[in-house]
Design a protein around this ligand. Structure first.
Ligand SMILES: Cc1cc2nc3c(=O)[nH]c(=O)nc-3n(C[C@H](O)[C@H](O)[C@H](O)COP(=O)(O)OP(=O)(O)OC[C@H]3O[C@@H](n4cnc5c(N)ncnc54)[C@H](O)[C@@H]3O)c2cc1C
Ligand code: FES
Length: 344
């Protein structure tokens, strides 16, 4: 079977497909890159239009595809497999948009607790490459002493690309969590790859709604920092943030400070397991005035969602109901690491 991949700028390449292989695997085996994030059908980053042939999905992905906000001719390359000898996929981005992903070295500088569960990891990129990234993108980090790697969004502005800041939620028995809690030391050199992902700030003059869950705040902070650095402050911004417990709550003062720069900024936080001292909204991020914000700002807006997959799905339902085109809704799902991230 042969797959052909066509880009917006007319660039194209073809590659033979091995039985049972996804379109993404075929492209990568041919040494080519596509825009991808989650690699498991949740983020929509790898979507393309099927312009010839047919594709199929493994049984375990049938439900994923049913609920994905895809147009009739769109497919998800990370989980779709060719079902006819000739398949052609067309992407709505130029091939040049796929930036080279470089292996780099991150020197760990400090780990600063932000709350009971969240730490701020500061580091510096060493070596001859600079980490040129767009705010919202992420890095893959190899965890020292293991065969595992994990993904983390930059929270630093893209104007300070090599002074990396990451917000990491520590989870029980987590491989990265264990390293950061017990073994990490300033000066450790970590192998990283990046920049990765297509969840990045679109620079156009429209209102923006950011919805984050937990450490999904990290890329939003990067985007806000860049908007402030660029002086792009005229358009309304709303940041609606959700956490599960008080232990997940961090970064609020910095967000408030960043938002003071904007002419029209709104910010609200919801906590699911609210304690007695919590005086904000109790519940999920969808219990915040999300639909009201969409109604206030209209449909010519950009929406950025980052956090756990169920949060993203829930907010996408609200944005769909509000009539916001799915191509204006960008998301990054902080899904747990796929098995492939547990060996290099
Ligand atoms: C594109 C992308 C960007 C990401 N960016 C960030 C980021 O900026 N900040 C951040 O904190 N995380 C981020 N993540 C998640 C991160 O990559 C790890 O999955 C997470 O830090 C857990 O890693 P770990 O090695 O400590 O735990 P693992 O070894 O992966 O997990 C150990 C156990 O904990 C469970 N678990 C994993 N995650 C959670 C969770 N969130 N809550 C409860 N249980 C969990 C697993 O199912 C497993 O049983 C991102 C994920 C992706 C895909
Ligand atoms: S990379 Fe395919 S849906 Fe996320």
């Amino acid at each position: 079977m042969d797959c052909r991949f066509v880009f917006e700028d007319g660039e194209a390449f073809g590659a033979p497909s091995v039985s049972g292989e996804t379109l993404l695997a075929t492209a990568e085996r041919a040494g080519a890159s596509l825009l991808v994030d989650c690699r498991e059908g949740t983020c929509m980053s790898c979507r393309g239009r099927l312009t010839a042939g047919k594709v199929d999905y493994a049984p375990r992905y049938q439900r994923t595809v049913q609920i994905a906000p895809l147009a009739a001719d769109e497919v998800l390359c990370c989980i779709a497999q060719p079902a006819q000898p000739q398949v052609e996929i067309t992407f709505s981005y130029p091939r040049a948009a796929v930036r080279p992903v470089r292996p780099m070295v991150l020197e760990l500088q400090e780990i600063v607790p932000q709350s009971e569960k969240v730490v701020l990891v500061r580091g510096a990129i060493r070596g001859r490459f600079k980490l040129a990234f767009m705010p919202g993108q992420y890095l893959d980090i190899s965890i020292p002493g293991t065969d595992s790697r994990r993904s983390y969004s930059m929270a630093n502005a893209s104007s300070t690309p090599n002074a990396v800041e990451l917000h990491v939620r520590l989870v029980p028995d987590g491989v990265m969590s264990e390293y950061l809690t017990n073994r990490a030391r300033p000066g450790d050199l970590l192998d990283v790859r990046g920049p990765l992902g297509v969840f990045y700030l679109r620079r156009r003059p429209v209102p923006r709604v950011f919805v984050s869950g937990g450490t999904g705040l990290a890329p939003m902070v990067a985007m806000l920092r860049d908007l402030v650095a660029w002086g792009e402050l005229d358009q309304p911004v709303s940041l609606l943030h959700g956490v599960t417990t008080r232990g997940d709550l961090y970064g609020i003062d910095e967000v408030k400070q960043l938002l003071t720069h904007f002419a029209d900024a709104r910010f609200a936080v919801a906590m699911v397991e609210a304690d007695a001292a919590w005086d904000g909204v109790q519940g999920f991020v969808t219990d915040l005035p999300l639909a009201a914000e969409f109604e206030r700002l209209g449909t010519d807006i950009d929406v950025y969602l980052c956090g756990p997959p169920p949060m993203i799905q829930a907010v996408r339902h609200v944005s769909d109901r509000a009539g916001i085109p799915s191509r204006r809704v960008f998301s990054e799902a902080f899904s747990a690491a796929p098995a492939s991230a547990n060996s290099k």
